[in-house]
Structures are given as structure tokens and as C-alpha cells.
Design a protein around this ligand. Structure first.
Ligand code: AMP
Length: 184
């Protein structure tokens, strides 16, 4: 099973990815974690991406594409995985498709966790970060939509996308995802 999890910020994607890792023994591919680790270790890439990440900006496509390609080199390449936060742009999706095709590891599923913009705003305001007010949240959300909507279109065209509502109890959403994957 090789899947990409998509969804708006605050939809619970990270939580669901980790539950799938535990339940199905998948490798977790989270580009945010990898980049934060590079910053913590003070690598050259870490120093390059730190200022972007601090400002909430996307890291250049070629950087994240290289980071992900690196995971598939060598003996520990993951054959069953779930991605969280990658791909984030259309260019990343195309690069990931090409990489997986080369490795004969095409995606088996893409799960879109659906949640309304209003619900995202409600959850973000409840989290209460200092710089969060409704206007800034909606502006960030609109930016996110531009990329996310193209990913949704792409994977819909590929015929691998399933939508699961991301509202209700975490366990119920998890059960719905597992059912959609056809996994036990
Ligand atoms: P995340 O933990 O997924 O929310 O990612 C945290 C930050 O890492 C983002 O705000 C971006 O700056 C960067 N990042 C993570 N994944 C990607 C990606 N696929 N493309 C570009 N930037 C990313």
C-alpha cells in the first residue's frame, strides 16, 4: 500500500498518517519532519530552508523532491508508505509520479480528508497562535488552496483519489480511511 494523504491545514492529516503507520506498518514520509531535522542538525540544506520555514513559505520544489528521492535510494527504500505534506505542489506531484514509476512503486491510493474552510478557520482560531486572526488564516488558506486544488485535480484524473470527511471522532475517520483503502 502506497498512499498520499491530502487535506487542508488543521484537517488532522498528521494524526491520521501516524495511525495508518501503526496499523498498517507503513513508512511515514513527512517532508516537514525531514526538513526540521536538517535544521536541527545544522546541515547546509537546513541552513538554506530555515528562513523559508520560519516565514511559513514553501521550500523550493527541487529541494523537497531531492529529499524524497534520496529516501528511495539504497536498500531501505520504502515499499509501503504514507506521505504527509508531500507533494505540496503540482511540480512535486509530477516529480513524485516519475520517481515512483521508475521504482515500479506507483501510488495505490490518494486520500483527500475533506473539511470546509469555515471549519479550518474555527480550528485554527481555537488553537490560538499569536499571529492567527481570521483574515490571516483565510489568506493562508487561499494560498494553500491554489496548490492543493491542482493536486486534487491531478490525482482525480489519475483515478486514485478518494474523499473522506475529516469531521467527527479521530477513530471514526481512521476507520473510514482503512475501509476506503480496502485494508483490514
Ligand atoms: P509541515 O510540517 O508539513 O507543516 O511543514 C512545515 C514547513 O516545511 C512548511 O511550512 C514548508 O516551509 C516546509 N515544507 C514541508 N513540506 C514541504 C513541501 N512538500 N514543499 C515545500 N515546503 C515544504
Amino acid at each position: 500500500m502506497r498512499l498520499v494523504l491530502l487535506g487542508l491545514p488543521g484537517c488532522g492529516k498528521g494524526t491520521q498518517a501516524r495511525l495508518l503507520v501503526e496499523r498498517l506498518g507503513l513508512t511515514y514520509i513527512g517532508t516537514g519532519d525531514i526538513l526540521r531535522d536538517a535544521i536541527a542538525r545544522g546541515t547546509e540544506m537546513g541552513r538554506e530552508v530555515a528562513p523559508l520555514m520560519e516565514r511559513g513559505l514553501l521550500v523550493p520544489d527541487h529541494r523537497v523532491n531531492d529529499v524524497v528521492a534520496e529516501l528511495f535510494r539504497g536498500e531501505s527504500r520504502p515499499e509501503k508508505f504514507v506521505t504527509d505534506g508531500y507533494p505540496r505542489t503540482y511540480a512535486q506531484a509530477i516529480s513524485f509520479d516519475a520517481l515512483l514509476r521508475l521504482e515500479h512503486l506507483d501510488l495505490t491510493h490518494v486520500i483527500l480528508l475533506t473539511i470546509s474552510d469555515d471549519e479550518v478557520v474555527r480550528r485554527m482560531l481555537a488553537r490560538g497562535r499569536e499571529d492567527d486572526n481570521e483574515d490571516t488564516i483565510r489568506r493562508r488558506l487561499n494560498e494553500f488552496h491554489k496548490n492543493n486544488d491542482t493536486l486534487v485535480e491531478h490525482y482525480t484524473r489519475c483515478g486514485v483519489l478518494r474523499e473522506i470527511p475529516a469531521v467527527g471522532a479521530v477513530e471514526d475517520i481512521h476507520a473510514n480511511i482503512v475501509r476506503a483503502l480496502g485494508a483490514k
